[in-house]
Design a protein around this ligand. Structure first.
Ligand code: MG
Length: 329
């Protein structure tokens, strides 16, 4: 039997929250259904951030009611991002059994992301995790900007490892290593993961990658090689971070599925059906070309695809999505 990998679809949250287009609640639910049809079982569909901070997530409570199969099956796993205790309480009131929280590596990033210093953000994570444990709600705590900070640049592996250990110590069920702006590289990711895997095993670790420099798949493979079997990904490579200038799309779900399946691992996701989800995601966000479609339609770089890639790159540039590479060196 092939070894399984869990892909946690974050397109509806990390993907859509930085899109200029506001996608309706009904369309978000439609995209979620299409992903379920393709075999996706793990989702982070909403964030309970303040609507003024992240207007694209203002419908979190409504969307929670429209997500596919919540009551009918327990084979679907929905996680809500909660930036603070207030957000946690809203997620709990909406019936979420899993929450994700964030701790950034630097004071500057925590300040912009959560309006708190790093110490206060860590304390907030501890409070949420303690409350969630009492409530029987599972927690996934991310170290954000784990390899590079959009404000302070390169992050030393020891800094990220120390914070990850603090989150485990606080009682987080899972800890995520998030290259939020895609400023890291495969070896750096391995330097972070190796000691954590030695200490905790690979099971409670998840990796979250952005494809800023086209390294997301190489990094996913580097993590996979160490035994990591949980990854975040976003359909059609949607993504960004409203508080992280230069953050481009998440690693595309269809690319990651392709890599893993072709490498003999099992994701439980149909690449063929995922094409429809990618097309729908592109349609809903009015993306000018199907980034996801490209990856699954052809295994070769056809001239047609090359021109689509150019079109896509130009559109990203026009939308200010190309990272200032000097800033994150
Ligand atoms: Mg992200």
């Amino acid at each position: 039997m092939r070894e399984s990998v869990i892909i946690n679809e974050v397109g509806l949250r990390d993907g859509l929250q930085n899109q200029p287009v506001q996608v309706s609640t009904a369309d978000k639910a439609r995209l979620a259904q299409s992903l379920v049809d393709a075999g996706v079982r793990h989702f982070e569909p909403v964030s309970f951030a303040h609507p003024n901070a992240v207007p694209q997530m203002a419908d979190a409570a409504q969307l929670a009611l429209q997500l596919p199969g919540t009551a009918a099956t327990d084979s679907l796993f929905y996680t809500a991002m909660v930036p603070n205790l207030k957000g946690y309480l809203r997620a709990k009131a909406c019936g979420f059994k899993r929450v994700a929280l964030l701790l950034s590596t630097t004071d500057s990033f925590n300040q912009r992301n959560l309006n708190m210093s790093r110490d206060n953000a860590l304390q907030s994570c501890r409070d949420i995790i303690a409350q969630a444990r009492q409530d029987g709600i599972a927690t996934r705590a991310y170290v954000a900007g784990a390899l590079a900070c959009p404000y302070d640049g390169h992050i030393a592996p020891t800094q990220t490892i120390t914070l990850a250990e603090q989150l485990f110590l606080a009682g987080a069920d899972e800890v995520g290593i998030a290259d939020t702006i895609g400023g890291g590289h495969p070896q750096q990711l391995q330097q972070v993961l190796e000691p954590l895997i030695r200490q905790h095993g690979s099971d409670p670790l998840i990796v979250h990658l952005h494809d800023t420099r086209g390294l997301a798949l190489a990094m996913a493979w580097a993590a996979c090689d160490l035994g990591i079997r949980r990854f975040d990904a976003a359909i059609a490579g949607l993504g960004g971070c409203p508080f992280a200038p230069g953050a481009t799309g998440n690693v595309a779900t269809e690319d990651l599925v392709y890599l893993l399946e072709r490498s003999g691992l099992s994701t439980g996701i149909s690449l063929e059906k995922l094409r429809h989800s990618a097309a729908l995601a592109n349609q809903l966000t009015q993306a000018p070309s199907g980034r996801g479609e490209m990856a699954s339609r052809s295994e070769e770089g056809s001239p047609e695809n090359q021109s689509k890639i150019m079109q896509w790159a130009q559109s990203q540039q026009q939308r200010g999505k190309i990272v200032n590479l000097d800033m994150i060196e």
